[in-house]
Design a protein around this ligand. Sequence first.
Ligand code: FES
Ligand code: FES
Length: 158
Amino acid sequence: MKLTFQLNGRPMETECEPQETLAEILRERLNLTGTKVSCEVQVCGACTVLVDGLPVSSCTTLAYEVRDKNVLTVEGLARPDGTLHPIQQAFIDEFAFQCGFCTPGMILAAKALLEENPKPTEAEIIHFMDGNICRCTGYVPIVRAIQKAAGTMAKKQG
Ligand code: FES
Ligand code: FES
């Protein structure tokens, strides 16, 4: 079936089978491999993308469910001139990844958090990011990166 939606701010039209997931469409039909797939059962958060601003597990979202919606993947975060989004930059500055497999999902979940709550406490960050698992970092640098990004984004807006 034909599928039309907004992908990273641009209109997208592709084909999908009724049983195909959003993760499969992104990675296999559209070559956007920044979205990672690990558990495939909505447990790890590696496949997180934003749909109309909210984090969803693309491994268990059927592609047709995003028809006419706005999908944001990690590929849509940097500016056209290559400047990274403040959350991406903060993850680099704070060494908030090692293998990087969880990182795209972490960054998109963090974006949703900071849009809803621009100045989260440490406890609020930990609670919101509960669905995103990292096997490498021990989470401390991830929390630090999100706090740093919150500060940078607040300064830009202020
Ligand atoms: S791969 Fe989707 S939640 Fe783990
Ligand atoms: S950096 Fe390896 S899983 Fe998080």
